[in-house]
Write a protein that binds this ligand. Structure first.
Ligand SMILES: [Ca+2]
Ligand SMILES: [Ca+2]
Length: 274
């Protein structure tokens, strides 16, 4: 029989494991393959020269605990430029991209939102993968971004996190979020990262996103549908989000849609299940 003393030793040895399993983590990393910046498989970039190949091709996402802040780094397939001089509109040093990071913090059905932010066309999250927090990495200044969310997504506004700082360097966008706005990084968090394009003159109910039409235009994506029944997302995380080629097929499957019948699904990728 185990003595009280040795039982205590066993309990002490077990404890750190239990604590680690439920503890916050320092860092989460997700990757995405190259060349799948085409939504469900058919989308094409707008024709204007500013939309350089790879500009919306998601490659890598790093979420890092920095103490009082959480840092989000999103790497794309092309150098990030500022062709529309964002300084003129109180922007963040880039023009074209708009990245939305959806986080399921509790993995509970009925907790969170299954609809994405307005402007992603026909797309949903599964009921048990509803999002609780959304970090917006936009070239728009905080005031404009805050107003858009307040007026067009009133019910979601308390779950939307606007970073303290957003900047671009090389192929990478970096956003710094207050930890008090988000909480520590959970080992069981589910993540989805949607790459869209910043549209300063969006359709009435859309939040700063560029539409996808059937035929592409100078500033419209093509290969979708002229009503917003198609998912207005250019690249997303899919499969296990390790950057493997098979994730391209997984993305096509999950974004498959039929207008007025079946919405595209934005999957959550759970860090603990990869
Ligand atoms: Ca990609
Ligand atoms: Ca992808």
């Amino acid at each position: 029989m185990m003595s009280f003393r040795s039982a205590l030793v066993v309990a002490t040895l077990l404890m750190p494991t239990l604590v680690v399993a439920g503890s916050p983590v320092k860092k989460l990393v997700f990757s995405d393959p190259a060349g799948d910046d085409f939504g469900p498989g058919s989308y094409t970039y707008p024709t204007h020269a500013v939309y350089a190949p790879g500009s919306f091709d998601l490659r890598n996402v790093e979420i890092t605990d920095k103490g009082a802040t959480i840092q989000f780094k999103v790497k794309l397939g092309a150098r990030i430029k500022d062709p529309w001089n964002s300084k003129d509109w109180d922007g963040n040093g880039f023009s074209l991209q708009f990245v939305q990071i959806y986080i399921d913090t509790d993995h509970k059905a009925g907790s969170g939102f299954t609809k994405p932010l307005p402007g992603l066309g026909g797309a949903k999250f599964a009921a048990d993968e509803a999002w609780d927090k959304l970090v917006l990495i936009s070239p728009q200044g905080k005031t404009r971004l805050g107003q858009e969310v307040k007026y067009k997504a009133r019910a979601m506004r308390k779950s939307v996190v606007i970073p303290r700082k957003t900047r671009a360097r090389g192929k990478t966008l970096t956003a710094i979020v207050k930890k008090s706005d988000l909480g520590p990084i959970g080992a069981n968090w589910g993540i989805q990262v949607v790459v869209q394009s910043n549209e300063g003159y969006p359709a009435k109910k859309d939040i700063l996103t560029r539409r996808v039409n059937q035929v592409r235009g100078e500033h419209r994506f093509g290969g979708g549908h002229d009503t917003a029944c198609d998912p207005h997302v250019i690249d997303i995380l899919a499969g296990k989000a390790k950057g493997e080629k098979t994730e391209i097929a997984a993305q096509k499957r999950t974004l498959a849609y039929t207008c007025n019948k079946k919405l595209a699904t934005l999957p959550m990728i759970y860090a603990s299940k990869r």
